[in-house]
Write a protein that binds this ligand. Structure first.
Ligand code: ZN
Ligand code: ZN
Length: 166
């Protein structure tokens, strides 16, 4: 597993507020740290997901579930979008192989309660630095400004900088 942390910075055309999307994995994101933790620290997925999702993940891990870490980008902070309002959201993606089918966390849009979809270019094995600002149906994705509450097209504002983090 190669740890690559990077982010994209966008600026709201209405109020200038920056929205930073931090993606990928930092240097501390080993399989041990992310899924199992150590005596001093709980697993990172405890902080990165909802309590419910964390409980479910623990259940699978305790029943012989194995984290799927084969492909680059098998876990990490990734971009999701809402099929209804089209806004982007960053959530922690991971997958656990169980006796039935692989399980991965599901996230909902805070605005419309729809289940979020992984953005194109964000699946395990995809080049993690290439995501597209359009959905699978070719519709443009949007950014919800936390400051003024307005929604703008990600492509119009464009990404102003790309930042690496560790
Ligand atoms: Zn929505
Ligand atoms: Zn704004």
């Amino acid at each position: 597993m190669i740890f690559i942390g990077f982010g994209y910075l966008f600026h709201c055309p209405h109020c200038g507020e920056a929205t930073y999307l931090a993606l990928g994995t930092g240097n501390e994101y080993t399989v041990q740290n992310v899924f199992y933790g150590n005596p001093a620290d709980p697993p990172l997925i405890k902080d990165f997901t909802t309590r419910q999702t964390y409980q479910k993940a623990l259940e699978y891990l305790n029943q012989n579930g194995v984290p799927d870490t084969k492909l680059p980008g098998s876990y990490g902070h990734k971009i999701y979008y809402c099929p209804e309002c089209r806004t982007l959201k960053v959530h922690f993606y991971f997958s656990i192989a169980t006796e039935e089918k692989p399980w991965h966390p599901k996230y909902k849009c805070e605005l419309c309660k729809e289940q979020l979809i992984l953005a194109p270019g964000q699946r395990p094995g995809d080049d993690p630095e290439k995501f597209k600002l359009i959905g699978e149906d070719r519709e443009v994705l949007r950014i919800h400004c936390d400051k003024c509450g307005k929604i703008y097209f990600a492509t119009e504002s464009g990404c102003t900088s790309k930042i690496h983090w560790e």
